[in-house]
Design a protein. Structure first.
Length: 241
């Protein structure tokens, strides 16, 4: 897909560990449901992802932002687009425009993945497809450890990257990027989170992301990108405040 759409605004990575928005109150009963949103006449914001792990984190990161957060479950007839971009940002824009056009809603999409320095940045944008979409994560981890053994670079520096894009109709309204730096753990540890979390060791906390609980949503690549989105959505001049 090409991203020939108009682009209005971008934000640089604010970096992990920024806690600007973390003090916002959370709703007592978790993410706002569709019914609650309809009762309060909030505008809808489609969180366009097919990944349940991502969606759970996005719901937490956007809690209380003043939108009725809806999911792709409302558009079961829309199948996911092919991801053909060579960068996270390109794929995020493509997904946001694709789902915004088909849903008619203000839409946020993100593209994310794990970059391992000793593997030249792999799996990178191909993180979900690495080893095949149907390969289990333990098998993907084994592939990565084999490749690292061959390079002799166990414990390689690595980072998670998240690029997000907000779109309405054919226009990209906002983009942001978040990263978290760490290294590949000696072995998978922890059963929280999703995807590659068990093999991503985060030195400041001395644990893998899969061994963290609520802390992941304050330090992660996704937290950095969605913190910037929150700031954009509440700015008076965007018309979304
Ligand atoms: P959508 O495109 O529908 O959002 P997807 O899972 O295909 O779902 P991506 O193409 O962006 O999304 O691939 C992201 C992959 O990167 C994801 O499937 C994981 O393998 C990995 N990943 C991204 N963020 C992660 C995180 O916070 N923890 C662990 N793995 C992550």
């Amino acid at each position: 897909m090409s991203a020939s759409a108009k682009v209005r605004r971008t934000s640089d990575d604010e970096g992990p560990g920024t806690t600007k928005d973390q003090g916002r109150p959370r709703t007592k009963d978790g993410p706002r449901t569709k019914d609650q949103g309809q009762r309060t006449n909030l505008a809808k914001l489609l969180a366009a992802t097919t990944n349940r792990g991502k969606l759970a984190e996005i719901a937490i990161l956007l809690e209380g932002v003043g939108f009725d957060l809806v999911t792709l479950a409302e558009w079961p007839e829309v199948s996911p687009p092919e991801e053909t971009g060579s960068t996270f940002a390109e794929n995020a824009r493509d997904k946001a425009l694709y789902y915004a056009a088909r849903s008619g809603q203000l839409t946020v999409a993100e593209d994310s993945g794990l970059e391992i320095d000793a593997l030249g940045g792999a799996p990178g944008v191909a993180s979900a497809r690495f080893g095949g979409v149907d390969m289990s994560y333990p098998d993907k981890f084994a592939l990565i450890y084999d490749a690292l053994r061959r390079t002799g670079a166990g414990g390689s520096p690595a980072r998670f990257v998240c690029a997000l894009a907000l779109a309405a109709r054919d226009t990209i309204l906002f983009e942001a990027r978040g990263t978290i730096e760490g290294r590949i753990a000696p072995e998978p540890r922890g059963d929280g989170g999703f995807g590659y979390d068990p093999i991503f060791f985060y030195p400041p906390l001395g644990r893998t992301l899969a061994e963290l609980s609520a802390e992941k949503s304050t330090i992660s690549h996704r937290a950095g990108a969605f913190r910037a989105l929150r700031a954009f959505l509440v700015r008076p001049d965007t018309g979304y405040a």
